[in-house]
Design a protein. Structure first.
Length: 265
């Protein structure tokens, strides 16, 4: 399997995960032009995608969707709540029903040689999900935009080979920053976003010898720094797992405006 992010941040998100024969785009929150450029890095064209998987309807995850689907007849997969929300925005009016597929949290489905398991998450969206995607004995997960991790979610994420995990904000930067108070409360709430510390604690519960790559993503431009997210998560891992195990875990920070490395596992 292969995994990379095309863009990952509070201003736009799109990621790629695939096998040799099945290729998935997760979210389309940047322009089609940038998505096409990112896919070229993976040696792909949009028409070779087996599907677009949406996590939820917020603009930083769907901005490029309408143009992408209009120019390339790619199947779309999203929950009923997400589809209803983007339909209200007029984003699905031009597409045939057979191009759109309803999925449900906790109900796995197959795309080519990949098994896709949508994971219900807590976020202030209509019906948001993350994804665990499996090919044979290998599996990876995309998790952005979650206020907190439940025990069921932690259980569903055990045994991963690779993970994109939200590390959205530094709590102190957010509290001292320019955001209005209601927005700060929303971000910090159980249906908001994971802080660096929360990301580190969740990662510690998933850390095992077979985890080959972790990408920290969806960093806030205003309330975080890549170096701060990295060091905070490393610190949390050291406190909870010990310095040796924490230091051995391959950990990177996904770039906001360009592709990450391509990770193969």
């Amino acid at each position: 399997m292969r995994l990379m992010t095309i863009a990952s941040g509070s201003s736009g998100n799109a990621g790629y995960l695939g096998s040799e024969s099945t290729h998935l785009l997760i979210d389309a929150g940047i322009s089609r032009r940038r998505i096409v450029q990112g896919l070229e890095v993976a040696g792909l064209k949009p028409g070779e995608l087996s599907g677009v998987l949406l996590t939820h309807e917020h603009a930083d995850h769907v901005t490029g969707l309408k143009i992408l689907l209009k120019k390339d007849a790619i199947p779309l997969y999203a929950t009923a709540g997400t589809l209803a929300a983007i339909k209200k925005k007029g984003m699905l009016d031009e597409f045939p029903a057979e191009q759109i597929h309803v999925i449900r949290g906790g109900e796995a489905f197959s795309l080519g040689d990949l098994k896709v398991l949508p994971l219900s998450i807590d976020h202030d969206a209509a019906e948001p999900v993350g994804y665990r995607i499996t090919n044979g004995s290998k599996s990876a997960a995309f998790l952005t935009d979650l206020g907190h991790a439940t025990e069921d979610l932690e259980q569903a994420l055990q045994g991963l080979d690779a993970l994109l995990l939200e590390s959205n904000h530094d709590v102190r930067m957010l509290e001292a920053g320019p955001y209005p108070y209601p927005l700060k409360r929303r971000i910090l709430g159980d249906c908001g976003h994971l802080s660096n510390e929360s990301a580190g604690r969740l990662l510690a519960s998933l850390c095992h010898g077979g985890l080959q790559q972790v990408l920290l993503g969806h960093l806030s431009k205003e309330n975080n720094l890549p170096e701060l997210a990295y060091e905070t998560v490393r610190c949390e891992l050291s406190l909870l797992k010990g310095r040796g195990e924490a230091a051995e875990l391959p950990l990177s920070v996904a770039a906001r405006d360009c592709c990450s490395d391509m990770y193969e596992f």
